[in-house]
Design a protein around this ligand. Structure first.
Ligand code: IPE
Ligand code: IPE
Ligand code: MG
Length: 253
């Protein structure tokens, strides 16, 4: 092992402090581009490059689940050309990167509303999930056409239908059950949620799942975010004390 690798290992957070699930609101592509006199689409294109590096970096850090917010239910209110750019990038990302993700043992899960999306996009999302279903090294959760309120409403609708059909007694509905009807069913709640670009809000991202997440807000715009920035966020997470409504854990001293 080289000295740089040894140094990098020494700086890496202890495994116990690595969050199992990191979710990222990749924000600031447009401002990154505007600051350089470039079109917003160029910011999104550079954002995909950052994403590639961060997915690899997350795997190297031992993060088991990485969720990325790539298109929100509310992003439909953007100009049609920009929506076209964003969808084009998703298509290209899956077409170009799926084989490598699969080779690296990454399982892809997609959360969000698929109904109403163009059929070729739906086919790509299904292909990514089907091909990588049995991979175990890391799970990449792509939140696409995703909104937390919509996700909870869809879960409520399915449960209501079961009650209406006489297949379920309403008294069996509780938080644990509702959770299994969310798109994220089976995925642990995010331990750490990172938002880039300096904005400090959830924007309808994982509102149910974020009940006890730690938040780290990073001033960098998404295209400038990299593995080092991810490590800094993970270090900050490791310094937080999570209590989940209980009392502070004993430190043993
Ligand atoms: C994040 O960057 C990408 C998406 C929301 C799809 P933005 O496009 O929101 O960039 P800003 O916030 O306008 O700078
Ligand atoms: C959140 O960013 C959505 C994604 C990163 C995909 P936005 O840029 O859409 O959020 P707001 O509008 O600033 O809250
Ligand atoms: Mg934004």
């Amino acid at each position: 092992m080289s000295t740089t690798e040894t140094a990098a290992l020494a700086q890496a957070p202890a495994h116990a402090d690595v969050p199992r699930h990191v979710a990222i609101i990749m924000d600031g592509n447009g401002r990154w581009a505007a600051a350089r006199g470039l079109p917003r689409g160029e910011g999104h294109r550079r954002g995909v490059e950052a994403l590639r590096k961060v997915v690899r970096g997350a795997g190297e850090l031992g993060i088991a689940y990485l969720t990325i917010f790539s298109f929100s239910s509310e992003n439909w209110s953007r100009p049609v050309e920009e929506i076209g750019d964003l969808f084009g990038l998703l298509r290209r990302f899956i077409r170009n990167d799926l084989a490598e993700l699969h080779r690296d043992g990454v399982r892809v899960r997609v959360v969000g509303e698929r109904e109403g999306l163009e059929s070729d996009i739906v086919a790509l999302l299904n292909e990514a999930e089907d091909l990588t279903r049995d991979n175990t090294r890391m799970t990449l959760v792509v939140a696409f056409n995703y909104g937390s309120r919509q996700e909870i409403a869809r879960a409520a609708q399915r449960l209501a239908q079961e009650v209406a059909d006489g297949r379920r007694d309403a008294s069996t509905i509780n938080a644990d059950l509702l959770e299994t009807y969310l798109d994220t069913s089976g995925i642990p709640d995010p331990d750490l949620i990172i938002r880039t670009s300096g904005e400090q809000r959830l924007s309808n991202f994982l509102m149910w799942q974020a009940a006890y997440s730690e938040f780290v807000f990073v001033p960098l715009h998404w295209p400038d975010f990299d593995k080092a920035a991810l490590e800094r966020a993970v270090d900050e997470y490791a310094r937080r004390e999570r209590r989940f409504g209980g009392l502070a854990a004993k430190t043993g001293s």
